[in-house]
Ligand binder design. Structure first.
Ligand SMILES: Cc1cn([C@H]2C[C@H](O)[C@@H](COP(=O)(O)OP(=O)(O)OP(=O)(O)O)O2)c(=O)[nH]c1=O
Length: 200
């Protein structure tokens, strides 16, 4: 298998979480923020939304590279929370954050993350996703307001962060933890391996 040092990895993301998660694989990478259009038709399923948006994010960076700089593998990713078939992205303010948490507490929901990898040398693209079930404890109105007021969930799908204070309101998960935080590392490692990049 080709050495990972021979291929660049470009993370097409503005997310500090995705950067931290990718760092934990101990492979060199660079970050190029991607500003793709994230609007989607109403009737798209969560699977289609996250795979299509992951691809759009990776594509935007691919297209921004000079043809002579196209050597690395570009990684794009997108996360949504789904409750009763309703897709929740990031809240627009603390009020919407409180209403999202109110709808998620005391029950389970799904978190979908799509990952797209583009080999910028050949244009070959792989896209896949993972789904994790997250269960949240029942919360009082005061607890919901206090958590929303912390601001932690404002830049996160579903208005919470399982990796922060949100850890105290999540009672369990089924599936990949890293998928909830925005980058399913076991899936990513498989996708990189298919491009000849071994993480160990
Ligand atoms: C549910 C959940 C989501 N999140 C985050 C992961 C994603 O960064 C974010 C969902 O928004 P995304 O639109 O997937 O990503 P982003 O805008 O943060 O970054 P990018 O530039 O790559 O598009 O929510 C957590 O950090 N913790 C959680 O528990």
């Amino acid at each position: 298998m080709e050495s990972s040092a021979a291929r660049r990895i470009i993370l097409a993301s503005t997310s500090p979480r995705r950067r931290e998660l990718l760092s934990s694989l101990h492979i060199p990478f660079e970050v190029v923020p991607s500003h793709a259009d994230e609007t989607t038709p109403e009737d798209w399923s969560p699977e289609i939304i996250v795979t299509e948006l992951a691809k759009r994010k990776a594509d935007a960076v691919y297209l921004s590279l000079n043809p002579q700089d196209r050597q690395g593998v570009i990684v794009g990713s997108d996360t949504v929370v789904v409750r009763d078939h309703v897709v929740l992205g990031k809240p627009k303010d603390k009020q919407e954050a409180a209403s999202m948490i109110s709808s998620l507490q005391g029950r389970s929901h799904q978190v979908y993350t799509g990952v797209a990898c583009i080999d910028s040398l050949t244009g070959e693209t792989r896209v896949d996703y993972r789904m994790t079930v997250v269960t949240m404890k029942a919360l009082t109105e005061e607890q919901i307001e206090a958590y929303a007021a912390s601001g932690e969930g404002l830049d996160k799908a579903g208005a919470y962060g399982i990796q922060g204070l949100g850890s105290t309101i999540v009672t369990g998960i089924e599936g990949c933890y890293f998928n909830v935080v925005g980058l399913p590392l076991s899936l990513l490692a498989e996708m990189l391996a298919s491009f000849g990049i071994a993480v160990f």
